[in-house]
Design a protein around this ligand. Structure first.
Ligand code: FES
Length: 152
C-alpha cells in the first residue's frame, strides 16, 4: 500500500513533468549512455547560455561512432537531451553526426516546451563539437596529448 509520502512524491513528479512527452520523462529518469569513455576518440565540453554544461565522449571505428556517452550538470530535460543525442549519434558516420540538429533531438524526444528547447540545442552543439574534436585528433594526432578531457 502506497504511503501518504509516496502519493505526495508521485503528485510532485506529475506536476514537474507536466507538458513533457513520455519519451522525455523516460530518458530523464533512465538516461542512456551516461558516463565517460577513457581514451575517447572525440570529446567536447560545451556550456550553454543558461550556464549548464554538457560533455560528450565518442569512440569511433572505421569512421562510424561505435559508442557515445554524455554527462551534464543540467536539469532533467538536459539529461533527456544528452541521452537522446548520444542514442542518435551511435552508428552514424562522423559526417552524419556533424549534421545532427536541435530539431533532430526535439523530434526524437517528441518535442519540448518552449522554455526547454535550448536543452536540445546544447546537446546537438556538444555532439557536433565532439565530432569536430575527432577530426582534429585524426588530422593532428599529437594534439591528443594536449587535450583536456574530463574523466568521471
Ligand atoms: Fe540549461 Fe537545459 S536548462 S541546458
Amino acid at each position: 500500500m502506497a504511503s501518504e509520502l509516496d502519493k505526495i512524491a508521485e503528485e510532485l513528479q506529475k506536476e514537474m513533468w507536466a507538458g513533457y512527452s513520455e519519451v522525455v520523462i523516460d530518458h530523464a529518469q533512465n538516461p542512456r549512455n551516461l558516463g565517460s569513455i577513457r581514451n575517447a576518440d572525440g570529446f567536447a565540453s560545451v556550456t550553454g547560455p543558461c550556464g549548464d554544461t554538457m560533455e560528450i565522449w565518442l569512440k569511433v571505428r572505421n569512421g562510424a561512432i561505435k559508442q557515445a556517452t554524455f554527462w551534464t550538470d543540467g536539469c532533467g530535460t538536459t539529461i533527456a537531451a544528452g541521452s537522446m543525442v548520444t542514442e542518435l549519434a551511435k552508428g552514424k558516420t562522423i559526417a552524419n553526426a556533424l549534421r545532427i540538429t536541435q530539431q533532430d533531438v526535439l523530434d526524437a524526444l517528441g518535442g519540448l516546451p518552449e522554455e526547454s528547447v535550448h536543452c536540445a540545442l546544447l546537446a546537438a552543439n556538444t555532439v557536433k563539437e565532439a565530432a569536430k574534436d575527432y577530426l582534429t585528433i585524426r588530422n593532428e594526432p599529437w594534439k591528443r596529448a594536449y587535450r583536456k578531457t574530463s574523466q568521471l
